[in-house]
Design a protein. Structure first.
Length: 162
């Protein structure tokens, strides 16, 4: 069978990279002057180069290390973890104060979560697998409505387990 772009195994129904916000990157870049100050007594040029190298390294690490969320082929992938969407209940979307509660006081320590600062939205899905000790998956997202819709769509189109 030839794989086409409409094939859900090829083209993800939803994909989001949880890259840090601009403010987080700017805040992390503050380490550059601190690194540069360490080398000023030795050489000012060396201090400038060290500061630039440290800033580039920190920002590159933050961006390249950012996890992603993907719904594709009936599988939800969040960071390194993945779960079949058939094992998830109906996703709940939260924004604003409800999202803060979902990330904070309402977060069960047994939940599997991928929480990132600077993102207002949260999607929480109950896990229906009786063998799984995790009661919910809780994910930060910039677009909770789109993620929840992609999961619901994948749940209705995923092949039934035999």
């Amino acid at each position: 069978m030839q794989k086409t772009q409409n094939d859900p195994r090829v083209s993800p129904a939803y994909r989001e990279r949880l890259s840090p916000s601009l403010w987080a990157i700017v805040s992390a870049a503050v380490v550059a002057p601190m690194a540069a100050l360490m080398f000023v007594p030795l050489d000012k040029t060396l201090a400038l180069v060290a500061g630039i190298v440290v800033a580039i390294a920190v920002v590159t690490f933050m961006i390249s290390g950012a996890p992603s969320i993907e719904v594709s082929g009936g599988i939800l992938r969040a960071g390194r973890a993945h779960i079949d969407v058939r094992l998830l209940g109906d996703p709940e979307e939260f924004t604003g104060e409800d999202a803060r509660r979902a990330r904070g006081q309402d977060l069960d320590p047994r939940d599997w979560h991928l929480i990132r600062g600077g993102m207002d939205g949260v999607v929480r899905m109950p896990v229906r697998d009786p063998d799984d000790p995790t009661p919910h998956w809780v994910l930060s997202t910039r677009t909770p409505d789109r993620l929840a819709a992609a999961i619901r769509r994948a749940q209705t189109t995923a092949p039934r387990a035999r």
